[in-house]
Ligand binder design. Structure first.
Ligand code: UD1
Ligand code: UDP
Length: 376
């Protein structure tokens, strides 16, 4: 054991892994710190897909996920499990990302032990505690604990300043998702055969406009998801489109989507894609229909219009840039906006411009420098 300060990075879901693997790699390469990372495995298969592609192996794996877990039991198991790891490791600093239950309990367990917390992707706010739910409040809890706030943009930094977070605790770093995206785009360029999963669908759907779809939000369970499914079913009646939908492993999502979409010839409901294959889907899609947070950040960087199936967003930058549009979960609005993109080329071209409000691919370097210098 050396006597360098230990930084413990904690994450558990697919999007956290995508956004933190570039940070973990930088922290591991930093000479002045002992970098360890713990996965809660709030997600299992979808997390492991990212760990494998990123080629990083956790120091601790809590294996928390249970089928159809609810927020109470998940939160309780996470808090206890992460706390035990902290007692074993006794880190000098903890790093969490975003707004999931793992990130929130990671920050809370650190607070209970008076360990300082760095928050990656700080300051995103929708100002509606039920959209996204429960993430808006998770992110605010982390914000009230952390003493290093890595805001992706000026907008998120301003939100923190408005909440009286001291300005010297806030750094505008960009979003690490752009680091992950750029690295993966390069990886695919260098070795195109790392992302073959969609080759046969590409051939099957030749001549059609491909709509890439993802959907998983808890606040859309019930009516919202059903509306999304029916909208996709109606869109699929057009013979000039094909829908490729890697379906989230949450059984609540699968049940609704299978019920509405199974057996439709121009709808491919497929298993979750690993990150390079998903980047490939972004690239081959005419536009994206999604309720995901990360896709709202990736699509503008690639110049892909994105219709956001949420009532509000904590990522207004893509909308301000003109690449993203909020369409909620009302079938009429989803169909009107999707048909407008399909039928009106001027409208499409106005949205399909590459914008990158979320960073230049160097966020994880900036974050690591700040973390390391605060411990030296
Ligand atoms: C979680 C996060 C959400 C994030 C999303 C990214 C919380 C409260 N929610 O939501 O913020 O946007 O991840 O996808 O932190 N499952 C599997 N295998 C997997 C992953 C999930 O089977 O690899 C199934 C399990 O039945 C699990 C369920 O999906 O119980 C729900 O997973 P959970 O992490 O609780 O919620 P998500 O909706 O994925
Ligand atoms: N993603 C992926 N494979 C898929 C679907 C999504 O790798 O089949 C990636 C996507 O590029 C983005 C992240 O997963 O970076 C988004 O995850 P998710 O939608 O689960 O969560 P959110 O971003 O809404 O928190």
């Amino acid at each position: 054991m050396n006597n360098k300060p230990t930084v413990l990075t904690i994450f558990g879901t697919r999007p956290e892994a995508i956004k933190l693997f570039p940070v973990v790699k930088q922290l591991n390469a930093a000479d002045s710190i002992n970098s360890l990372f713990c996965v809660s495995a709030q997600h299992r298969e979808m997390l492991d897909q990212v760990l494998e592609i990123a080629n990083i192996t956790p120091d601790f794996d809590l294996d928390i996920m249970r089928s159809n877990q609810n927020l109470d039991e998940l939160t309780a198991r996470l808090l206890t499990g992460i706390g035990e790891i902290m007692d074993k490791v006794k880190p000098q600093r903890v790093v969490v990302q975003g707004d999931t239950a793992t990130a929130m309990t990671g920050a809370l367990a650190a607070y209970y032990r008076k360990i300082p917390v760095s928050h990656v992707e700080a300051g995103l706010r929708s100002y509606n505690i039920y959209h996204p739910w429960p993430e808006e409040v998770n992110r605010k809890i982390i914000g009230s604990i952390a003493d290093q706030h890595f805001a992706p943009t000026q907008t998120s930094a301003n939100a923190l300043l408005k909440e009286n977070i001291p300005s010297d605790q806030i750094s505008i770093t960009g979003n690490t998702v752009i680091d992950a995206l750029f690295a993966t785009v390069e990886q695919i360029k260098d070795s195109p055969n790392i992302a073959p999963a969609l080759d046969s669908l590409k051939e099957k759907f030749t001549g059609k406009k491909i709509i890439g779809v993802t959907s998983h939000r808890r606040e859309n369970f019930g009516g919202g998801l059903e509306n999304i499914a029916q909208s996709l079913k109606t869109l699929a009646m057009r013979d000039d489109v094909a829908i490729i939908f890697p379906v989230h492993l949450n059984p609540n999502v699968r049940a609704v989507m299978s019920g509405a979409l199974e057996g439709l010839d121009n709808v491919a409901m497929i298993e979750p894609l690993d990150y390079p294959n998903f980047v490939n889907l972004l690239d081959m899609s005419y536009f994206m229909l999604t309720d995901s947070g990360g896709v709202q950040e990736e699509a503008p960087a690639l110049g892909k219009p994105v219709l956001v199936m949420r009532d509000t967003t904590e990522r207004p930058e893509g909308i301000e840039a003109g690449t993203a549009k909020l369409v909620g979960t009302d079938q009429n609005i989803i169909l009107k906006e999707a048909n407008a993109l399909l039928d009106d080329l001027n409208h499409y071209n106005a949205m399909a411009k590459a914008h990158n409000p979320f960073g230049d691919g160097t966020s994880s370097i900036k974050i690591t420098e700040i973390v390391a210098s605060s411990l030296s």
